[in-house]
Write a protein that binds this ligand. Structure first.
Ligand code: ADP
Ligand code: MG
Length: 340
């Protein structure tokens, strides 16, 4: 083994770095769906083969990418979403690191077909294990379709870490659920083996999207919540105390419509419910927190699952208060007019 220090070839460093972004098929689904949302799509179709382990295809009717920009889209740290460091504290888009396509393409065979509304023809580009192997004109509708196959073929170790197809599929569906909950105005269709598994129609109403995603039975026992303090809004739906779950899995939290897993937010939810549900039972909640992007750092984690609040206490209390307000309302005795 050589003991001399040497720079690793780029294809290898990319593959190493890709590990942070692309952990499993569900990570690919997340990144590609977020790109589609950032592109302003109103319709996204997700196709999964072998639970996403065989093939993932995501089509959108968004802005498309111009022919000159297509190769750049696959370059590391190439993004159209931010221009300077301070933009990180203004971003409203899901993406900004310019890493996803480069990472995905470095561990798979990735085909991208795209057309902008102005372009007369679309373009197809195929990148395999980080190398562009084809680039040609292609007829296609406005928007982008990315097809990812041979996932982790160049990273056998990672492939071994994948769970069963069923488990990987459920991770993919989880990602789709969360993005669907945050973006009701986008139609989402999921296909498997060429057939539609399910679809969520576009709606301007969050309540309607939540009902179709979580199911009528549960959503009927969820109540709207609403709260606001200076520069911060908390809204969404949360369960009445008669709807509880064995895990915290049904607590969905979003910050500026970005799904996050945050200990503080979960803790705030539990605190609000502490007196009304049994220990080791958990409520269902779909909670949205909107605040000035300058008050939250989303650049903490490559997959952007974690955030840091500038004023965590204020966020915490706003969530507890909004939920408590709803729960107190339920506890009111019925008024005389309604009691007979
Ligand atoms: P990021 O989303 O962080 O910018 P990505 O690697 O995910 O980085 O994408 C790189 C760039 O490619 C994006 O900034 C965007 O300009 C373009 N892009 C990727 N996917 C799409 C898409 N579905 N529609 C339009 N543009 C896209
Ligand atoms: Mg992206």
């Amino acid at each position: 083994m050589s003991r001399r220090i040497h720079l690793l070839p780029e294809t290898l460093t990319h593959r190493i770095a890709a590990g942070e972004v692309v952990e499993r098929p569900a990570s690919i689904v997340k990144e590609l769906m977020e790109n589609a949302l950032d592109a302003g799509a109103t319709e996204i179709t997700i196709e999964l083969e072998q639970g996403g382990c065989g093939l993932i295809r995501i089509s959108d009717n968004g802005s498309g990418i111009s022919a000159e920009d297509v190769p750049l889209a696959f370059a590391r740290h190439a993004t159209s979403k931010i221009a300077e460091f301070d933009d990180l504290y203004r971003v409203r888009s899901f993406g900004f690191r310019g890493e996803a396509l480069a990472s995905i393409a470095s561990i798979s065979r990735t085909e991208l077909v795209t057309r902008t509304p102005e372009a007369l023809a679309g373009i197809r580009i195929i990148v395999e294990a980080g190398k562009m192997i084809e680039r040609a004109e292609a007829g296609c509708p406005v928007g982008t379709t990315v097809t990812v196959s041979r996932i982790f073929d160049s990273v056998p170790v990672r492939k071994k870490f994948l769970k069963s197809e069923n488990t990987e599929r459920s991770y993919c569906l989880d990602v789709i659920t969360r993005l669907a909950l945050a973006n009701p105005e986008v139609r989402v269709r999921v296909l498997a083996k060429g057939r539609e598994l399910f679809s969520y129609p576009a709606t301007p109403r969050l309540a309607e999207r939540i009902a179709i995603v979580l199911g009528q039975r549960d959503s009927q026992r969820m109540r709207p919540i609403e709260g606001a303090t200076a520069g911060l809004k908390v809204y969404g739906f949360a369960s009445q105390p008669d709807l509880t779950c064995a895990t915290t899995k049904q607590i969905y939290t979003f910050v500026n419509r970005r799904h996050v897993k945050d200990y503080l937010l979960n803790h705030a939810v539990m605190t609000a419910y502490r007196r009304v549900i049994e220990p080791r039972r958990y409520p269902a909640a779909v909670l949205y927190i909107d605040l000035d992007p300058a008050d939250v750092d989303v650049n903490v984690h490559p997959a952007k699952l974690e955030v840091r609040f500038r004023q965590p206490r204020i966020v915490y209390e706003a969530v507890v208060e909004a939920l408590s307000l709803m729960l107190r309302g339920l506890a009111q005795p019925p008024s005389i007019e309604h009691s007979h």
